[in-house]
Design a binder for this molecule. Sequence first.
Ligand code: NAD
Ligand code: MG
Length: 388
Amino acid sequence: MATRKRLSILGATGSVGQSTLDLVNRNPDDFDIIALTAHRDVEGLAKAAKESGANIAVIGDPERAGALADALAGTGIATAAGTEAICDAAGMEADLVMAAIVGAAGIPSVMAAIEAGTTVGLANKESLVSAGSLMLEAARKRGVTILPVDSEHNAIFQCFDHQRPAGIASIILTASGGPFREWSREEMRDVTPERAVQHPNWSMGAKISIDSATLMNKGLELIEARYLFDLPPDDCRIIVHPQSVIHSLVEYRDGSVLAQLGAPDMRIPIAYTLAWPERMDTPCERLSLGEIGKLDFEEPDPVRFPAIALARAAMEAGGARPAILNAANEEAVAAFLAGRIGFLDITAIVGDVLDGYAPDAPESLEDVFAIDEAARAAAQKQMDSYTA
Ligand code: NAD
Ligand code: MG
């Protein structure tokens, strides 16, 4: 690349964080690592910080401050701990912040990066789903570019005529359909967390893997797309495409449809984000259309996968609904992973919580946090009644 980039990675020990570091470590002349953060994995964070030569490593859990300091003693790498320290790291002067924390827990750090005026590579879709309007308003005020890392939104970003958006008729998100694409609801009833995290095409963190199995991931992505590309809800669509070769499409008014294709490897959209507006080499498999032979498409099934309708309704209603949807889903997914509720209960609980109440639209981040907290409490209450 023409100039070295100063990069911070929030959630450096996760699936997206590690894929980002893989690319960075292969191209040491192109990046200076400012800050790396993680939630609890001291060992993984220390290893990543040493390998990449980070200036500072930050662990979210304050009780692990000492362990992190010990692990990096004598390296010259500074350490810090706690949620505020993660926000401070996100606000440090850099050219790009890779936001790869999972869940609404990432909201404060994404906002800190935006407030600092730094370009954000956004993997953390839940932060945008919950706090989308406020986040975009802050980005507009500070002139901050948000580069989508999520493969579908990255594909749309690449095909989207940003100078002439009036020419665009719709965007079409592709969905692999997840591991249970062909399963009946009866078959899905008893699936275990171990089975549900096994995605046919992508290797990802546990939470997004479960979201991919319920198709809530596509629901969250629908809301993410609505915010990022500012199209009316009816012009944001979903098509199931089991091979995950086409990562999404943009339809123009004249009937032209542009798509971005590639191997299903997150390092491709991550590399786009890291090098933007340039391009960089990756070790990723090249697409061989001859070998693939054919691509399949089908409409998503709303009966077997109610998550999409729940998300679409939340997107259309706007206000507090997307944050409620997200918070209830995070709680339900965690409970499913812990063996507390069944697979089909996840979307049932989200639906129950959404039906329960309708708070006012958030006007501040504090409002978002309050909505998030109340929805989590409502989900917990609902789950108690399921498991009682
Ligand atoms: P992951 O679970 O593998 O990693 C999450 C990272 O966030 C870890 O580094 C963890 O330490 C950190 N973290 C978790 N909770 C935290 C908290 N409360 N405070 C601070 N840090 C915390 O997740 P992932 O699969 O890498 O996904 C990260 C984000 O990227 C998610 O929003 C996901 O939806 C999105 N995404 C992931 C993929 C993928 O292929 N994995 C693809 C598209 C989008
Ligand atoms: Mg995606």
